[in-house]
Design a protein around this ligand. Sequence first.
Ligand SMILES: NC(=O)C1=CN([C@@H]2O[C@H](COP(=O)(O)OP(=O)(O)OC[C@H]3O[C@@H](n4cnc5c(N)ncnc54)[C@H](O)[C@@H]3O)[C@@H](O)[C@H]2O)C=CC1
Ligand SMILES: O=C(O)C(=O)COP(=O)(O)O
Length: 396
Amino acid sequence: MTHHIKTYNQIANAGLSLLDEQYKVNAADADPDAILLRSHSLHNEPLPSSVQAIARAGAGTNNIPVESFTEQGVVVFNTPGANANAVKELVLSCLIASARNLFSAITWTNSLKGSTNVAQQVEANKKAFIGNEIRGKKLGVIGLGNIGSVVANDALSLDMDVVAYDPFVSVDVAWMISRNVQRVHNLEELLATCDYITIHVPLSEKTTGFIDEKAFKAMKKGIQFINFARGELVDEQALEAALKDGTVGKYITDFPNDRIFELENVVAIPHLGASTLESEENCAVMAATQLKNFLETGNIRNAVNLPNIDLPLTSPGRLTIMHKNVPNMVGQISTLLAERAFNIADMVNRSRGSWAYTLIDIDNKLTDPEAVDILNRLQNIEGVVRARHIANGWHK
Ligand SMILES: NC(=O)C1=CN([C@@H]2O[C@H](COP(=O)(O)OP(=O)(O)OC[C@H]3O[C@@H](n4cnc5c(N)ncnc54)[C@H](O)[C@@H]3O)[C@@H](O)[C@H]2O)C=CC1
Ligand SMILES: O=C(O)C(=O)COP(=O)(O)O
């Protein structure tokens, strides 16, 4: 069976090359089974009904309307942690570059091009760029996930004091964080005491405008604020006021736009956080692997809308059913199978929030019409948004 994949953005070859002879990538004449992308926005784009899965080679899925795609039976994957080191290294370099006024110093030095006595001018004017050391300064990390946790740990090894705020920190991450990172349970405590703040939370309806006027008002004067998460986390009007009144001494952002770009004391980086060869490869390999696993076996790893599920495919066939997490779903599904005299060899049902996913391995080798018939019946159950049949090509 050939799977059709549509890609957007530059996806590293290390990932694309995993899509072997069973796959066709960007075939013009076929409906895609899945989409592999990075930051391309799928908001306001029609989604072909053939699409069963979307893999985001990266962390943020705010470019995908996850809720409405879930209603359409689409599994959305991301690649947690695959680009965390790349972002961490850039955040730490910006921290140091900002403390030492490197951005404005280099801009000034470049302005000397074409003039004479450059060496003398440099020595005469360097006092304008005296900086600070970050040792002993306080860094606030908002969001202690894959990126925030490594930024926090490594800032400690640069001899900074580190405080962090994340009311939803995961157990896995909590194990990795140094006990010297001081956790605060109140964002204002972090805002009021830090010299530098870096934000690493996902953009969602809840976090849009998270750093608002009230947050800026709580900050220490002259703070340096680093945003490698998403521009919309910061209320632009409030930011503009905070830059003008000196509350924010410098705003370093990976997400410049027309308005922000014009403001004084803004350092604009062209969304380079994850742009290293290593990170692009990690993300592409992880995304392609997860997509392949899902298309070939129905198993799920690292979806943002469904639970992980890993059942080795050993029976002649498998039915995968994505459905609402409501009572008696498994009962209705197994009744349908019993009516067609299908024998269930194995079965897993898992839920995540209001959605659930059921894998059923059957002892029967289905003909095409039999498969179409049972899928139609399953999809007619209220609350089922997609059903698939996977024939096990390896089964003897
Ligand atoms: N500039 C770039 O190129 C990149 C940007 N990103 C952005 O960074 C974000 C974070 O990435 P990861 O650390 O990999 O994600 P993650 O999912 O591992 O961590 C996010 C953390 O934020 C926390 N969080 C959620 N809501 C919060 C709130 N209201 N207050 C405090 N903490 C909250 C979560 O509990 C979680 O620990 C991504 O969602 C993406 O938007 C990620 C990778 C590259
Ligand atoms: O992973 C993320 O959330 C990123 O922002 C990286 O974006 P990119 O894949 O470099 O377009």
